[in-house]
Ligand binder design. Sequence first.
Ligand SMILES: [Zn+2]
Length: 295
Amino acid sequence: MNNDDHTNESKTARLLNLQLVRSIVNNDENMAIDAQQRLAKFENSTYDTTQYNCNQCLDTGIFEGKQCKCLRTKIKNTRYVKIFSQSGLQPEQLCETFATFDLEYYKDVKISDKIDMTFRDSATRALMGAQAFTNNCLNNISGRGMYLFGEPGRGKTFLMNCVANELVINHKPFLYSKYDRLLVEIQNSYAVDSKIKTEHLLQAVMKIDVLLLDDLGVERPSDDAGLKLYRIIDERMICNLPTFITSNFSIAELGSRYNDEMLGKRITSRIAQLCEISQLYCQKDIRMVKAKMLK
Ligand SMILES: [Zn+2]
């Protein structure tokens, strides 16, 4: 078997596994069974074996018209589901993958007189950046992080979801959170009767293999919000851990939101050290375009 066959094969297995994860988190039993059957068929054709792991359903996932016990165990034990359920990702985010990122939304016309680049160029660059980031994460190459910014509805979160999906199917542990939500969790942990200690929570965010921080800048720019952000970014930089950030603000704009000018500057400079900065332009808000198409 040559290398191409190997690549295609693992791609098929990964796609089937992704379908299995999606169906599990969406509680779609029919789809789970379908994915399981196709995986079983695929695995049998690959390894050419007539031995079945389960003598009841013969690895099809169905026994007496219902989900077989082996499938239920597999669902419980699957690392994909574990990674997914610990990641903070929502089921609907699993549908956005690199394969469904559509460059057609980005017109092949110059952005403005001042910016010598087309909308499509900016999207292609952001896409390649996100793919490179993912590859670095999966191959444990300590590359730089990515800071992707642009106006709302330009596809930033979509690209982040593409990264998340690749991490799920390759069982790479990660954490996904919008910064304002993470901040609420941090602040809840200040309560005396909180079961979660602030320091434990912060350590988890600082030390997770990959951190996906969505929509940085929607939170109120309090000193506390800024100091916690600084600590997280600083620690991840020291430990060489990959971080992907999206924001509606450029890093200069982000930094200038803080009353404490020094703190704003420290945050800006740390992000610039930690991340490759990329701006995503699109003529129109893609969410609005999609909503119109559905009408
Ligand atoms: Zn079975």
